[in-house]
Design a protein around this ligand. Structure first.
Ligand SMILES: Nc1ncnc2c1ncn2[C@@H]1O[C@H](COP(=O)(O)OP(=O)(O)OP(=O)(O)O)[C@@H](O)[C@H]1O
Ligand SMILES: [Mg+2]
Length: 246
């Protein structure tokens, strides 16, 4: 379970202050898949970075499974898997397998468990053919698969994905969507940001919509459809943004 209470984050740039996230509160239950929507610069990545413990809020608190993550980050790190679309964090000079083994080690996995996880994830993502090739020569989609595998290497309970399907072809994106279903069945808690409304519709029962750092909607997608008397998420999104925060 993730509990976000009155969380804000601002950045100082010279004399101006940028309020990237403003007073957000929400709760996500175990086993829930939540879509995070918002325009470029809305604060999605900032929010996910804070939930991942990478960035401290200026205000407010975040609890995961009852633990204040910024007070006791070490207690919770192993339960969180993160993927940030723009940065793969992979080492070009290592093979995919070596990269995954490296991250497994950072999380304290033993060699037997590491091997099992790598085999499982390689099969899952169709990575077997290039598992022993150096990442430096990989295509964008190949890298993204390794990055997703890296996110899941330690079998985390809470999974944070920032635009995870960017760069994937249709087959890989479908594979990814199937994986989300599987992870949900396993009781994982997942937040993922996306600009692809169809994807959000298919995968999430709940959404968080933010605009200029503020909450626009938080709750069940069905509730939103009811409120807006429409199931066209693109249309709803645009009209909510025009109307702003209510
Ligand atoms: N380290 C930083 N220093 C200064 N400003 C920042 C920093 N990180 C984020 N911001 C600002 O915070 C705001 C929110 O950025 P953020 O990256 O969270 O948006 P986003 O919703 O992820 O956008 P996108 O869809 O383009 O990825 C932007 O105005 C951005 O410039
Ligand atoms: Mg972003």
């Amino acid at each position: 379970m993730i509990e976000v209470t009155n969380v804000s984050r601002s950045f100082k740039e010279k004399k101006t202050v940028i309020d990237a996230v403003k007073d957000l509160s929400f709760t996500i239950s175990k086993g829930e898949v939540v879509g995070l929507l918002g325009e470029n610069g809305a604060g999605k990545t900032t929010l996910l970075r804070m939930i991942s413990t990478m960035l401290e809020p200026t205000d407010g608190q975040i609890f995961i499974n009852g633990i204040d993550i910024h007070k006791e980050p070490m207690k919770i790190k192993r339960s969180i898997g993160v993927l940030f679309g723009s940065e793969t964090g992979l080492y070009d000079r290592l093979t995919a397998r070596e990269n995954l083994a490296y991250f497994a080690k950072l999380y304290g996995l033993g060699s037997h468990e590491t091997k099992n996880r790598i085999d499982y994830l390689a099969a899952r993502f169709g990575m077997k053919e290039f598992l022993d090739r150096k990442v430096g020569g990989f295509s964008k989609g190949m890298r993204q698969k390794v990055t997703i595998a890296r996110t899941l290497i330690h079998d985390p309970d809470v999974i944070l994905l920032d635009e995870p399907t960017t760069g994937l072809d249709i087959t890989s994106a479908n594979m990814f969507r199937e994986l989300i279903h599987q992870l949900k069945k396993e009781g994982k808690t997942i937040i993922f940001s996306s600009h692809i409304m169809e994807e959000v519709k298919q995968l999430c029962e709940s959404i968080i919509m933010i605009h200029k750092g503020q909450m626009v909607f938080e709750g069940h997608i069905e509730q939103l459809y009811k409120e807006e008397e429409s199931t066209d998420l693109n249309y709803i999104f645009m009209s909510r943004l025009v109307r702003g925060n209510r």
